[in-house]
Design a protein. Structure first.
Lengths: 328, 267
């Protein structure tokens, strides 16, 4: 279980205008500014939940994850993870959590991943039998076999990420903080990592808090999302419900198989994308049966797909509204 | 983390440390080369004492001093300050903080694993020392020779903890390496690295005799090259132990205070 109440993390940042004169002035007199990276965030995540943690760059997502994993001391507020206060970094707490950062590596750079695994086994005091069993499971799920004895520096980004995940999960943590775990990976690898995270969550009833700039990760993995902007929580709830509230219309995409008059299309819904014969319409949900009937009947379209609006679009609208509210 | 559990990690950490040392052998050799300044000083001072002893040191005495200096420096030197400072600055210290093992312990094991490789350099120098003119001025007292090992261990501990503490200053200042330059200046002057402490002017010698730098380097050299009374030996080792414990406490305190300010940049 993860609980944050009125969590704040402020940083004091040295500010200096560009130029030689200001550099000289800063030698004797420095100006500091307080940056409110996280400013009063409250949420609770139950055991076994998979939650997407979203926000634009600099919103405070990674800072929050670092506070929750005990790397940063909060400025104020209360935080509890697995019944412990993270920044005390007690052994029981560190054994129960893991933090995977897509842009930071815990693997020893010039040695094969198997050496990092051996070290983690010793440090986390994982019994040899359990280590073998977990290693076998991770090797199979992540297809690590050929990678274990290659120096980390010679692994591709995707290979390294798989090895990072294995290193982070060897001690079987029950709370996973995943910060951009699929960054820079190709689509196939992103899907593999997502599948793995889902199966780990189900098998070990693990809590997952995920940040990702790939909305597909979030849509595929997280029934619930928490949205943060400028350090402030602006949404916490069911992902589908959010989409429905923000934009209840569906996206209907199809390919025309013959010549159709323009007004035949526009009376079905507003055209969002037109790429030759491929068209995407925005259609109110209640009109879907009639529109689909018309498309498949008289218009004889191919490749028909009905989808929710993309999460990116929803978030863009949401951040825009939050900024307007803050400005007013 | 309990002491018993920490001790259980030692064999694996040492094994991984050896693998790391082998992987970074190029860097390691270059670091060893940077510890050869005593050879330059050896050439200089044996020339000075060629005709007659200088401040009680004969040419053979200087030979014994600087070769012992090279051996001790080789076995007890540490570069952990650079590693710690860099990991804090770049944020990669985060990964160490997520493990239930104090980062100082992890670094200590990794550095201890390199000691056998350092002896690749230290042992031939010891061989040269034994056949050189300096051999005649080395101690033959069994007690002094027996206490050389604990003295070297304590010298390593003082050096390592001091360097770890200096690295931790990166928690408080963005560029803590300027402190390293100041440290190295003080170390070179006050530890006996550049010249034996008795050759220093009294106003530097007196503080040098009690400050920790002497116990990082000069103390084991004194055991090797001087004839000491039982009381002097006891004082030397007691001071080393006291400084080792004090620096350990200061390093742990600095780390604990620093972690509170850690910004875990990047990622």
């Amino acid at each position: 279980m993860i609980r944050a109440r009125d969590l704040k993390k402020h940083f004091k940042v040295h500010k200096r205008p560009p130029g030689f004169a200001s550099a000289m002035r800063s030698l004797v007199s420095r100006k500091y500014e307080v940056v409110k990276a996280v400013d009063g965030v409250t949420f609770t995540i139950e055991r076994g939940e998979r939650v997407g943690f979203l926000g634009p760059n600099g919103a405070g997502k990674t800072t929050t994850l670092k506070v929750l994993s005990g790397l940063l001391h909060p400025t104020s507020g209360e935080v509890e993870v697995e019944g412990k206060v993270p920044f005390r970094r007690q052994t029981k707490f560190l054994e129960a959590i893991t933090l995977v950062m897509g842009q930071k590596s815990q693997l020893i750079w010039d040695l094969p991943p198997s050496e990092t695994y051996a070290m983690n086994r010793a440090v986390f005091d994982v019994p040899h039998e359990q280590f073998k069993e977990t290693m076998a499971e991770l090797t199979e799920l992540l297809d690590l076999g050929p990678l274990l004895d290659k120096p980390t520096r010679q692994l591709s980004l995707g290979e390294r990420m798989k090895c990072e995940l294995a290193a982070a999960l060897l001690h079987r943590p029950t709370t996973l903080f995943l910060d951009e775990p699929t960054i820079g990976l190709d689509v196939a690898m992103q899907v593999a990592i997502r599948d793995f995270v889902r199966s780990y969550n189900q098998k070990h009833d693990a809590t997952v808090l995920l940040t990702s700039h790939y909305m597909d990760d979030v849509v595929a993995l997280c029934p619930r999302i928490i949205v943060i902007d400028a350090g402030v929580l602006i949404h916490d709830g069911d992902l589908r419900q959010l989409i429905k509230t923000m934009d209840p219309d569906k996206r209907v995409t199809f390919t025309l198989t013959g010549v159709v008059a323009e007004d035949e299309i526009t009376r079905l819904g507003s055209v969002l994308v037109r790429d030759g014969q491929r068209i995407t319409l925005r259609v109110p949900e209640r009109e879907i049966p009639a529109v689909v009937g018309h498309l498949l009947g008289p218009l004889k379209v191919a490749d028909l797909a009905i989808e929710d609006p993309p999460l990116e679009e929803i978030l863009r609208v949401m951040f825009g509204r939050a900024r307007e509210a803050a400005a007013s | 983390m309990s002491v018993a559990r920490t001790l259980r990690t030692v064999p694996t950490l040492l094994r991984v440390g050896v693998a790391e040392t082998v992987a970074y052998r190029g860097e390691f050799l270059i670091w060893i080369l940077t510890t050869t300044l005593p050879l330059v000083m050896l050439g200089l001072w044996t020339k000075v004492a060629e005709e007659e002893p200088f401040a009680g040191y004969t040419a053979a005495g200087f030979t014994a001093y600087y070769l012992s200096n090279l051996i001790v420096r080789n076995l007890t030197g540490s570069w952990v300050a650079w590693q710690v400072s860099e990991e804090i600055r770049l944020g990669s210290m985060s990964m160490r903080l997520l493990r239930p093992l104090h980062p100082m312990m992890a670094f200590a094991m990794s550095h201890l694993a390199a000691v056998p490789f350092r002896s690749v350099v230290a042992l031939p120098i010891a061989g040269i020392l034994l056949v050189s003119s300096g051999a005649s001025t080395l101690t033959t007292e069994p007690l002094q020779l027996a206490l050389l090992v604990p003295s070297l261990v304590l010298a390593w501990m003082i050096t390592f903890t001091t360097m770890f503490m200096l690295g931790c200053l990166a928690f408080f200042m963005t560029k803590s390496m300027s402190m390293m330059n100041l440290y190295f200046l003080l170390f070179s002057l006050l530890s006996g690295y550049l010249l034996p402490i008795p050759l220093l002017p009294w106003w530097i010698r007196e503080p040098a005799e009690v400050l920790p730098f002497r116990f990082m380097l000069s103390a084991p050299i004194e055991l090797m090259t001087r004839s000491l009374s039982g009381r002097e030996i006891a004082e030397l080792l007691a001071s080393q132990l006291a400084w080792a414990l004090a620096m350990l406490a200061i390093a742990l305190w600095t780390f604990r205070r620093g972690v509170r300010r850690f910004e875990a940049v990047g990622g």
